[in-house]
Write a protein that binds this ligand. Structure first.
Ligand code: C2O
Ligand code: CU
Length: 513
């Protein structure tokens, strides 16, 4: 597809000219329950269940001043061993993939200074954060490379552009939750997250700490994603412009989404975690560009549920929920407890993905290696949870995530325009938003936390509980959420978190007034 044609259509969409979509619509490709196309690795695939699970290091503040913790992160390339015996270049926060974990306290503000030593512009978003707009990683608020930038056309779109570094302030006025931070560069989020720009940010508070949940080295974040590799071990992402300078997006075959054939957990292929026969808390994050998972344990426990969910995207649940399987779309988090005392010492338990067979049907392995004492419990009440009632909403809006054009994806028939406000909720308002979609579209709102009201005109599903920031909007289905626009005034994005859809237009703005 020619640059001019894409550019023209992009301009046309910005000017609200109808796109010639109807004739260009194609059926959506589905690979094992995910919207996307499989990119096959060309090298030799690693053998599942051989390497140990890495746990990303917790970042220490570089200084504390006036009750504010200051952190420094340098974004840079690094050579790491992902496939045993091979080096892969990653782009990492402090050269790590996943990036270092931030572990912070609710309502204790922090400042993170990001320095960009990569060769491309970046923007950093704290996913799930209640953050003032100028610190939210708006896609055009770029940090240009410290070494200079000669790219053109995508260097700002009128955003607030910084040279080399930028400070992000996070008030963190929100409860304990499993958040994550990742790149959000306009038009190029897909490749930049794929190359490694993602990490955990765990917010803690007194209420969470008072609960007898597993703690310390039995509280482990698990970032699950899929990647493909070239014959010499590089990440293989099908960008139109591999330099990420000119035309954005992926080659035609991958417009539905990029699916890899190697499953990584915390950056390691199908790793193994040795556990004691005790309870563990796992903070599951689907950080894949497009892949969905339905996680299960094999073998499962003789009695009770495999996973006891204690938290959702942006906080703890009111009460725990037992699941034998956990289905998760891109960007969703499930905070779960697994009780390994239900398995004899010596058992190897595979965490599998029931949406696929073969190696993408495998995720990681737990090996119960010894006995240990366990003081932890999952209490039947976790935190106070206030369900939002339909009648508290003052406005209802509708967004169709349902048109793929030749050149991208859109919401309500329009591709993203960073200058246009697609909704203007009032500060503090409660609103109902209705979504429908013709493919799997994980819908994510910045700033506003929400609850699911209905899924396909029925009650929400078992995976929809608690406070959310992303939902698994499924192919041909409808969903309603009820969102609270508390926090800050200003312009924020909402979008599909299939990163290929996001980069190719499936994003919109709301401006809190
Ligand atoms: Cu996790 Cu706007 O993104
Ligand atoms: Cu989508």
């Amino acid at each position: 597809m020619s640059l001019t044609r894409r550019k023209l259509l992009r301009l046309a969409s910005g000017a609200a000219v109808a796109l010639p979509v109807a004739s260009a619509l194609t059926g959506c490709q589905d690979e094992g329950g995910s919207t996307g196309a499989l990119r096959k690795s060309r090298g030799k695939a690693p053998t599942p269940y051989k390497v140990p699970l890495p746990v990303p290091p917790v970042l220490k503040p570089s200084r504390t001043e006036g009750g504010v913790d200051y952190y420094d992160i340098v974004q840079k390339p690094a050579q790491v061993e992902i496939i045993p015996g091979t080096k892969t270049e990653i782009w990492g926060y402090n050269g790590l993939f996943p990036g270092p974990t931030l572990s912070t306290r609710s309502s204790r503000p922090i400042v993170v200074r990001h320095t960009n030593e990569l060769e491309v512009p970046v923007a950093v978003h704290l996913h799930g954060g209640k953050t003032p707009p100028e610190h939210d990683g708006f896609p055009t608020d770029l940090i240009l490379p410290r070494g200079g930038w000669d790219g053109h056309g995508h260097d700002g779109h009128g955003g607030d552009v910084s040279q080399g570094s930028r400070e992000y302030r996070y008030p963190l006025q929100q409860p304990a939750a499993t958040l994550w931070y990742h790149d959000h560069r306009m038009d190029f989020t897909g490749p930049q997250v794929y190359f490694g720009l993602a990490g955990f940010h765990l917010v803690h508070d007194d209420e969470e700490e008072a609960l007898p949940l597993p703690k310390g080295d039995r509280d482990i974040p698990l970032m699950i994603c899929d990647r493909s590799f070239t014959a010499d071990g590089a990440f293989d992402y099908p960008s139109v412009d591999p330099a990420l300078k000119g035309e954005h997006g992926v080659t035609e075959d991958f417009m539905e989404g990029v699916l890899g054939d190697v499953i990584l957990v915390n950056g390691a292929p199908w790793p193994v975690l040795e556990v004691t026969n005790t309870r563990y808390r796992f903070r599951l994050l689907n950080a894949s560009n497009a892949r969905r998972y339905r996680l299960a344990l094999d073998p499962g426990p003789q009695s009770g549920s495999a996973f006891v969910q204690v938290g959702s995207d942006v906080g703890l649940l009111g009460r725990p929920i037992g699941h034998d399987e956990i289905q998760m779309a891109s960007a969703e988090r499930f905070d779960v407890v697994v009780d390994f005392s239900k398995f004899p010492v010596g058992t190897k338990i595979n965490m599998i993905n029931k949406l696929d067979d073969g190696d993408t049907g495998k995720v990681m392995q737990f090996h119960v290696v010894r006995k240990a004492s366990d003081e932890s419990q999952v209490p039947s009440k976790l935190v106070d949870f206030e369900p939002l009632s339909r009648s508290s909403a003052t406005v209802t809006r509708k967004f169709d995530f349902n048109q793929r054009s030749d050149d991208g994806w859109d919401i309500n028939g329009q591709m993203y325009d960073p200058q246009r406000d697609d909704a203007v909720p009032e500060l503090g308002a409660t609103e109902i938003w209705r979504f429908d979609g013709d493919a799997h579209h994980p819908v994510h709102l910045h700033l506003a936390h929400f609850q699911v009201l209905s899924r396909n005109q029925n009650d929400p599903g078992s995976y929809d509980s608690g406070w959310k920031d992303t939902i698994d909007l499924q192919s041909g289905k409808e969903m309603e959420i009820i969102a609270r626009f508390t926090g800050y005034r200003g312009r924020y994005v909402f979008h599909c978190h299939n990163l290929e859809h996001e980069d190719m237009g499936m994003m919109a703005n709301f401006r809190v007034k």
